[in-house]
Design a protein around this ligand. Sequence first.
Ligand SMILES: *Cc1c(COP(=O)(O)O)cnc(C)c1O
Length: 428
Amino acid sequence: MRDIVEKSDLTERDKKHLWHPLTQHKTSADMLPIIQAKGCTLTDDQGKEYIDAISSWYTAVYGHCNPYITEKVAAQMTQLDQVVFSGFTHQPAIELSEALMKVLPENQQKLFFNDNGSTATEIGIKMALQYHHNLGNDRKVMLAFEEGFHGDTFGAMSVSGLSVYNGAFEDHFIRVERIPVPNGENNDEVLQILKKRIADHSIAGFIYEPLIQGAAAMKFHDIDGLNSILKTCREHDIILVADEVMTGFGKTGKFFASDHIEEKPDIICMSKALTAGLLPMGLTSCSQKIYDAFYSDELAKGLFHGHTYTANPLACAAALAGLELLISEEIQQNIGHISRRNKDFCEKLKENSKVSNVRSMGVIMAFELNVETDRYGSLRNQLFKFFMDKGVFLRPLGNTIYILPPYVISDAELNIVYNTIETCISEF
Ligand SMILES: *Cc1c(COP(=O)(O)O)cnc(C)c1O
């Protein structure tokens, strides 16, 4: 039988009908066809291999096509593929809920399914706004960090920092107040700004990426500074919405970034590594207090939000298998090992005068090259090409280079990533 897909001309055929995300097609390079992903390796249509040093946008943390996960999903596939989650329930969702309760912060009690990170935050925002609406409070404004990123739907865009992503839609945003991130030195100043923003009691909820902002080029926050903000918000009855879409499931060295912080969120948004890179799914968890504000004899007090593929059984099976791996001794040891190696590598880089702001937390490591640049400009493309030529898949943001490798990366593969980064520093 002839291959339906002819491998050689995929790039050309791609151009005919496909519109790619986050891409200006007039100026962007051609799309690279990837024909296989296994463990930490991506393979293109010419047979060239790349180490996936960012876990395919923070998803495939147990390695691509992890056999433990694919077998569980394959088995689920022959049993129950999809069923409406309104009026029905199923074992994969129930088992996943029970497993998640063991790793989520203790105050989290209820799970609301969706199908991606943007809708996970969208639902978090809606929960915060409707919580106050249901209680009869006149609070209609969200609070967010400048430079945050929470997704591409309207609510999520509104609470994200203005950028190339969302500038065209500014007139349609929900109401948002913004504060700077605490960096240790400005903690008091940020608290003063916060107190001004919340003085009129109009803020319903505060949405934040705990400790690390991914899209803002792996910007790290000061833990005490963030904790003070969260404490102040809670004292003023502002619902805390932690967007753990990027930071969740082990990346910071703990199950959730919120585990590093004393003040716990009321709501947690999850996606990305939730389903181990296999299938799209999002989840928004909340505390009993939030749920209770929707629990009523009045129909309209319910959360009337629902996606067709809510709690898809295959995605639930992938998530459950992923969680089983996450809590395993082997994966926990791997996370610890990569964290230590990152720290050692950071110590080495700190001696290099061509880089600055060298930082790491868990498997995430980042630094800035000391060169002038804008975030989406040509340097980023040059760096991307440099690493791809050397067989390492990274997506630098401006002059920020970061890694977030799968937890199953070998020492040999990690050495290649580190060495290539050092070569890059010496050549740029
Ligand atoms: C990726 C991301 C989102 C959006 O998730 P999508 O699945 O791409 O819609 C939201 N918040 C954070 C912190 C993210 O990293």
